[in-house]
Design a protein around this ligand. Structure first.
Ligand code: ADP
Length: 496
């Protein structure tokens, strides 16, 4: 019988990487033999006993933390395992915001949106490859996710424009702070308040099965020793495989040597260990490159910068694309330019709206800054007359209401406030659209479409929503809607 007490894993600091052993009951004493490896067989190997939990969440990124907070609130005894020294995952690096429709913040701003609009944008942005049932489920839950975060003091009320969105739908912190850090900070505090700490430096290696159901995991502890944890339900929230060059090369050979914006722990572990117990995968070769990555440091320049007004200029000093097309199309356009890259050019107003520009690029000397377009062109090494003409005619067209020759219709904000900025950018691996096959209940499915008992997944480790291209703002929506969905289904399973 599952326990129903409101107990977290550890009351120590969330980011300290402290490993806790022996909480809860000792061995499960289960019998029988599961596939591929039984819990009993593991126990016989003198593995350290990490205790027994209602729910184990693997991966302390955005999806894992949403699942953890929700499950603790439903009374589950939860263990959150994280292989890196700190929590946050790729979520920590999310810049843009969270897409959501019909929110109180949109309503207050007079923006008309709907589940239909957001679903249609997501489906079209994903090249009509996404699973409409999963898409609609995410979009329908998005406003509630915004309210849930807001109820915990994580307020995302500043609306912006993002590529592929037909209305202002991306929600960001008022401060201009990057959304990922803001959410991770807030969720870390929520976990702390519930007495939950991520057990860091602990890598889950394998799912243990008993009588055809998930019964636990085998992990490696910070000392390199094997440890087993028993559970009734497992939520896999391990993110994608964007830092695993072998997997990238396996599914998309041309991306083997591309820079990646992903943190080094993004190795596709969850996909691999879930496949070993029969999980099916979907859209696995759909890997997103992001068009504005600074190549020497693989640092992402947020899509917000274009959403707020930046233009892209090539080394000849001319624009070459509608900058607000979806990420894959802008990336393709960049690859077709001399040097296979471009400069993102913007003014001080855009800078002021996005705090991360200063921290990530200006303070590190990665970006050209100048008081005039002429001076900026010289620093960029592009033909001065052509560049000045590019920017001034862009500004003049806006002022005169002339249609943009490249078809840009949104965020037509003139570059007028000095100083001006130009960052050299090119595409980099950013997001894995494919992953574990799940249903709207976040149950992981096998090749026959049947749920694997006790196995749930959420976030970038899953596939199906984003199809062939993920819209900016939809990853953060996905992790919050489906992180909570996974814990809801897992709790119902555990407490049934
Ligand atoms: P999402 O956006 O889906 O939440 P993130 O990349 O933000 O994904 O978070 C996934 C987290 O899972 C990362 O912190 C990563 O280090 C962690 N992780 C990946 N593989 C494992 C593993 N085998 N064991 C424990 N944690 C893992």
């Amino acid at each position: 019988m599952a326990s129903k007490h409101n107990v977290g894993v550890s009351r120590r600091g969330f980011l300290t990487g402290v490993l806790t052993f022996g909480m809860g009951a000792a061995a499960l004493g289960l019998t029988g033999c599961g596939s591929p490896r039984s819990f009993e067989a593991e126990a016989a190997e003198n593995i350290i006993d990490g205790g027994e939990y209602d729910i184990i969440v693997v991966g302390a990124g955005g999806a894992g933390m949403a699942a953890t907070v929700g499950a603790v609130d439903q009374g589950a005894k939860v263990l959150l395992l994280e292989k890196m020294p700190v929590a946050g995952g790729n979520t920590c690096f999310a810049e843009g915001g969270i897409n959501a429709c019909c929110t109180k913040f949109q309503k207050a701003a007079g923006i008309e949106d709907s589940v239909d609009f957001m679903s249609a944008d997501t489906y079209a942005g994903g090249h009509e490859k996404g699973n409409m049932e999963l898409i609609r489920h995410m979009c329908a839950g998005s406003s509630d996710a915004i309210d849930w975060l807001d109820s915990m003091g994580i307020t995302l009320s500043k609306l912006g424009t993002s590529g592929g969105a037909s209305v202002k739908r991306i929600h960001r912190p008022e401060s201009g702070e990057a959304v990922g850090k803001y959410i991770v900070k807030g969720m870390t505090e929520q976990c702390r308040q519930r007495g939950v700490a991520a057990v860091c430096n602990t890598k889950v290696e394998e799912i243990l099965i008993q009588d055809g159901k998930v019964a636990g995991v085998r992990a490696t502890n910070p000392n390199g020793l094997p440890v087993k944890y028993a559970c009734r339900a497992l939520i896999v929230a391990t993110g994608g495989f964007g830092a695993n060059s072998e997997m990238l090369a396996q599914y998309r050979p041309e991306l083997r040597d591309a820079v990646t914006t992903n943190q080094p722990g993004t190795q596709g572990d969850g996909i691999k260990f879930a496949q070993e117990v029969g999980a099916d995968i979907v859209d696995i070769d759909q890997i997103q490159v992001h068009p504005t990555v600074e190549q020497t440091t693989a640092t992402l320049l947020s899509e917000n910068i274009r959403g707020d007004g930046a233009i892209l200029v090539n080394t000849d000093g001319v624009r070459f694309t509608n900058e607000l097309l979806t990420r894959d199309r802008v990336s393709e356009a960049e690859w077709a330019q001399p040097g296979r890259g471009a400069f993102a050019v913007f003014d001080q107003s855009v800078h002021d709206n996005n705090l991360s520009v200063e921290e990530k690029f200006v303070s590190r000397g990665l970006i050209h800054v100048a008081d005039t377009f002429e001076e900026l062109a010289q620093k960029m090494g592009v033909p001065t007359d052509t560049f000045v003409n590019t920017v001034t005619s862009y500004n003049d067209n806006i002022a005169n209401g002339v249609e943009d020759p490249l078809g840009r219709t949104k965020s037509l904000n003139p570059l007028v406030k000095s100083p001006f900025y130009a960052l050299p950018v090119a595409p980099g691996v950013h997001h894995c659209m494919g992953g574990l096959r799940v249903n709207v209940k976040a149950e992981v499915l096998d090749a026959s479409g049947n749920p694997i008992p006790g196995l749930f997944a959420a976030g970038e480790v899953t596939g199906g929503i984003h199809g062939g291209n993920r819209l900016g703002g939809n990853a953060v929506c996905d992790i919050n809607v489906n992180g909570r969905q996974a814990q809801e289904t897992a709790c119902a399973y555990v407490f049934a």
